[in-house]
Design a protein around this ligand. Structure first.
Ligand SMILES: *Cc1c(COP(=O)(O)O)cnc(C)c1O
Length: 387
């Protein structure tokens, strides 16, 4: 008798993905000993694949306030924000964020993914147009596709292409145009030309939306990211899960936008509010970040050092200008093999393959934290040079 697999189509697709060396699997780690190391079973690895850029995820002040909030308010928020889940610690934090960014309002979201995927649909209309950078994060793409506005992409950081699309949109009398970009791109570690984007948005009566997830905490005079001085960005999205050391996301903007989100953003409305222990961690992190200029300088120095050392051994680090430094390999099989070799030397450098990056641009995405030392980098460079 022929046994028919009821999940034949799904299994077929998984098999194909395996054959293409693009199959993804979860690997669990036992614990982190610090931001630069990870324990798997009893083995210790140098971790070059963490977004805990400032090492705040294990900072005593964040842990203390998190425990304090758990004791005082419980571990759950019991409801969504619009029902009974808005605690004073939510609104106090939002006011503090808005005031630090010198903006009218701020609003917490549970994750950056929820923010990007449900903000754009809530602030755009059918005859509007969203023009997003080609390399924007999947959450932004999801938001663009979920919105009823038209959606176009401009070539990565290509201002001429963007201007060309803007000109056409203005000629066609598109009602509202949104330009969308990240400030620091998560897979290439390069920056967007924010000042030029602001200028273009003004010249073509457009609105500007910037996702600052990877630069929050790491850049800016007081650690508020690459957007810190840019008061003319209409909507800023950032997250606490990376350099913030904990979890969650926020939007800073004007009252019209924030009220629109409270009324129309499904990812804000239909979800349980961030729980008190997370708010405690977020809040402690937000208070500490301005004081971390030495750490930010150190991170910048080790980043230059790593990029330089990789250059000396002939590795392609693409257009990286930050603490995110890819070693671009190309083919997926070779990328995976290199990641395995690194593991053999107790170094974690995760292989990033399509569809996260473009076909033929497989890479080991290295990211540095303040806990990394020159010794860690020298060991990595030695292994990469020999393999
Ligand atoms: C990580 C990331 C997100 C998602 O944030 P989470 O809080 O982890 O869901 C959004 N945008 C960019 C650019 C990111 O790198």
């Amino acid at each position: 008798m022929n046994v028919i697999d009821p999940f034949h189509d799904l299994n077929l697709r998984l098999t194909e993905r395996k054959e293409q060396h693009q199959f993804r699997e979860l690997k669990s780690v036992s614990s982190k000993s610090d931001a630069a190391h990870i324990l798997v079973d009893d083995d210790r690895f140098i971790n070059f694949s963490s977004n805990d850029y400032l090492g705040l995820s294990s900072h005593p002040a964040l842990i203390k306030k998190s425990v304090e909030y758990a004791n005082r308010y419980g571990v759950g928020s019991s409801s969504s924000r619009l029902i009974s889940g808005t605690l004073k610690i939510h609104t106090d934090l939002e006011e503090q964020i808005a005031s630090r960014y010198e903006r009218e309002r701020a609003l917490l979201f549970n994750t950056g993914f929820q923010a990007n995927s449900t903000i754009l649909p809530a602030i755009t209309f059918k005859r509007d147009l969203i023009i997003a950078d080609k390399k924007c994060h999947n959450s932004i793409l999801t938001g663009c596709l979920a919105s009823s506005a038209d959606f176009q992409r401009f070539r990565h950081n290509d201002l001429n292409h963007l201007e060309y699309l803007l000109k056409k949109a203005v000629q066609k009398n598109v009602k509202n145009i949104w330009i969308v970009s990240e400030s620091l791109f998560s897979m290439d570690g390069d920056f967007a030309p924010i000042k030029e984007l602001i200028l273009l948005s003004k010249n073509y009566r457009s609105k500007l939306y910037i996702d600052d997830a990877h630069s929050f905490g790491v850049y800016g005079k007081t650690g508020l990211g690459l957007v810190e001085e840019e008061k003319e960005i209409d909507v800023i999205i950032s997250t606490f899960g990376k350099a913030g050391g904990s979890f969650g996301a926020f939007v800073v903007s004007n009252s019209t936008i924030i009220d629109s989100l409270i009324n129309y953003s499904s990812g804000f409305i239909y979800t349980t509010a961030l729980p008190p222990p997370i708010l405690g961690a977020i809040s402690a992190g937000f208070e500490i970040i301005p004081q971390l200029n030495d750490e930010r300088n150190k991170l910048s120095e080790t980043s230059s050092y790593l990029k330089n050392q990789l250059g000396l051994i002939g590795k392609d680090t693409g257009v990286s200008e930050s603490h995110i430094i890819p070693v671009i390999i190309g083919n997926d099989e070779d990328t995976l093999a290199l990641s395995k070799t690194l593991l053999g030397h107790h170094i974690l450098g995760v292989a990033v393959r399509p569809p996260t990056v473009a076909e033929g641009e497989g890479r080991i995405r290295l990211s540095l934290t303040t806990a990394h030392t020159k010794d860690h980098i020298d060991k990595l460079t030695r292994v990469l040079d020999e393999s």
